[in-house]
Design a protein around this ligand. Structure first.
Ligand SMILES: Nc1nc2c(ncn2[C@@H]2O[C@H](COP(=O)(O)OP(=O)(O)OP(=O)(O)O)[C@@H](O)[C@H]2O)c(=O)[nH]1
Ligand SMILES: [Mg+2]
Ligand SMILES: [Zn+2]
Length: 355
C-alpha cells in the first residue's frame, strides 16, 4: 500500500529508529481541522498528533499533507496517533505577506509543482514569477499549466507570454473540457511521484484532477461572472492517487505565496536581471545615480521591463526581511540603522545608506 504512495528505501532508512519503537509508517493524504487522513500498510486511518508532537509543532510547525509520519496504529478503530514526522525531501511553503510568524507548509515531499493559471483571465506575469521562485525554492520541479485553453482566442500567445518569464520550465496549455493538452500534462505525472496543484481559486485545479482521474473525485465550482474570481470551492488539501499510479495534491485556491529564504529560487527566476546588474561598473552599485549603471541603462533602452525590475526588488526586500528574522545580528544591525535615522531626523539631519 505505502509503496504506491512513494515509500522508498531512503525513507525506510530514516524510519528505522521508529520501527524499533513499534511504530508504523504512514503518509498524510488529508488535513482537516486537527484531523489527518493517513495511508498505512494497515489501511486508511484517521490520525491525531500526540501531545508531545503538538507541543513541538508550536515552534516547528504541524505535519502537512504529503508528510511521511511515524504512527501508533489502532487498526480496529481505523485510528492512529502521530508521533513523529520524517525529514522532508521537499516542501512547498507559503508565508503570509504581512505577518512575521506564519509559515505554512502547503505540501510536503512533492516532486512536481503544477503552477496553474487560467487563460480566461489576463496572465499575471508577476504572480507567475513569484510562484516560480517559490517552486524552485521548494525543491520541486515547476511546470506552468495554463487552463481553459478552449476559452482562449490565441492560446499560443498566452503560452509565449508565460514562457517569457518561465526560464525553461515547461509551459502547457490544457483544457479539462476538451481534453486538449491533457496527455502532455499526464506525461509529467509519474507513478509513485507526487505533484501539487497551486493557483488562484477558480483556475480549474480540481477540474484537472477530475479529468486526469476520469471521475468526479473533487467538487468544482462556477466562477463569479462579475469578476471571473473563483468561489473557493476546495477547502482542504487532499492527496489523490490517479489510475496511472501518480499522486496529485489538490489545494484550495490562494492569491499569493510568500517567500522563505528563496535566494536560490530567486536567482534561477531572475537570471536575466542578475546578469544585467552584474555588468554595472561598480560591484556595489545601488542602481541609483551611479555612473555606468547597467540596470538604469537597460530600463531606459527597454531591455529590462520596469515591472520585472520592480518585482525583483520586492522579492529582494522580502528576502532581506526573512534573513533579519532568522539572523539576530542582521536584525540588530537593521534596528541600529533605523534608530540612527530616527535620531538624525529628529535632529533635522539626513542620513544616507542602505539597510
Ligand atoms: N471552459 C472551461 N472551464 C473550465 C475548465 N476547467 C475548469 N473550468 C471551470 O472553471 C470553474 C472552476 O473550476 P474548479 O476546478 O472548481 O477550480 P479550482 O481551481 O479547483 O478552484 P478552487 O477549488 O476554488 O481553488 C468551474 O466552473 C469549471 O467547470 C476548462 O478547461 N475549460
Ligand atoms: Mg478546487
Ligand atoms: Zn547599477
Amino acid at each position: 500500500m505505502i509503496q504506491s504512495y512513494g515509500w522508498s528505501d531512503a525513507l525506510r532508512h530514516d524510519f528505522a529508529p521508529f520501527a524499533a519503537r513499534d511504530l508504523v509508517p504512514g503518509r498524510i493524504t488529508v488535513q482537516q481541522r486537527g484531523h489527518y487522513g493517513l495511508v498505512t500498510d494497515l489501511g486508511e486511518l484517521t490520525g491525531q498528533i500526540s501531545g508531545r508532537l503538538a507541543h513541538e509543532a508550536e515552534s516547528g510547525g504541524y505535519p502537512a499533507v504529503g508528510d511521511w509520519v511515524a504512527v501508533a496504529a489502532r487498526p480496529a478503530e481505523h485510528a492512529a496517533t502521530i508521533h513523529a514526522v520524517l525529514p522532508r525531501r521537499t516542501a512547498f511553503v507559503r508565508r503570509a505577506a504581512d505577518t512575521i510568524a506564519s509559515e505554512q507548509v502547503v505540501a510536503a515531499n512533492v516532486d512536481v509543482a503544477l503552477l496553474v493559471a487560467s487563460m480566461n483571465a489576463d496572465l499575471n506575469q508577476r504572480r507567475l514569477e513569484r510562484y516560480l521562485a517559490t517552486a524552485w525554492q521548494s525543491g520541486a520541479k515547476p511546470v506552468v499549466v495554463l487552463t481553459k485553453a478552449d476559452l482562449a482566442a490565441h492560446p499560443e500567445a498566452e503560452v509565449a507570454e508565460a514562457e517569457s518569464v518561465a526560464f525553461g520550465s515547461p509551459v502547457l496549455a490544457v483544457s479539462a473540457v476538451t481534453g486538449a493538452g491533457m496527455d502532455a500534462l499526464a506525461a509529467y505525472l509519474k507513478p509513485a511521484e507526487t505533484a501539487v496543484l497551486v493557483g488562484s481559486s477558480g483556475v480549474g485545479k480540481s477540474s484537472l484532477v477530475n479529468a486526469l482521474a476520469g471521475e468526479m473525485l473533487m467538487d468544482t465550482g462556477a466562477i463569479r461572472e462579475a469578476d471571473d474570481h473563483g468561489r473557493h470551492t476546495t477547502t482542504h488539501r487532499e492527496l489523490i492517487r490517479l489510475p496511472s499510479g501518480a499522486l496529485i495534491l489538490d489545494t484550495p485556491g490562494m492569491r499569493e505565496l510568500g517567500l522563505l529564504d528563496a535566494d536560490d529560487g530567486l536567482s534561477v527566476t531572475f537570471e536575466d536581471v542578475e546578469a544585467i546588474a552584474e555588468s554595472c561598473r561598480f560591484s556595489d552599485c545601488h542602481h541609483g545615480n551611479e555612473p555606468g549603471c547597467a540596470v538604469r541603462a537597460a530600463l531606459e533602452s527597454g531591455e529590462l521591463d520596469p515591472g520585472r525590475w520592480k518585482s525583483f526588488n520586492k522579492l529582494q526586500r522580502e528576502l532581506a526581511f526573512q534573513a533579519r528574522k532568522e539572523d539576530p545580528r542582521l536584525r540588530e544591525a537593521h534596528n541600529r540603522h533605523w534608530v540612527a535615522i530616527a535620531k538624525a531626523s529628529r535632529a533635522g539631519k539626513k542620513i544616507r545608506g542602505k539597510t
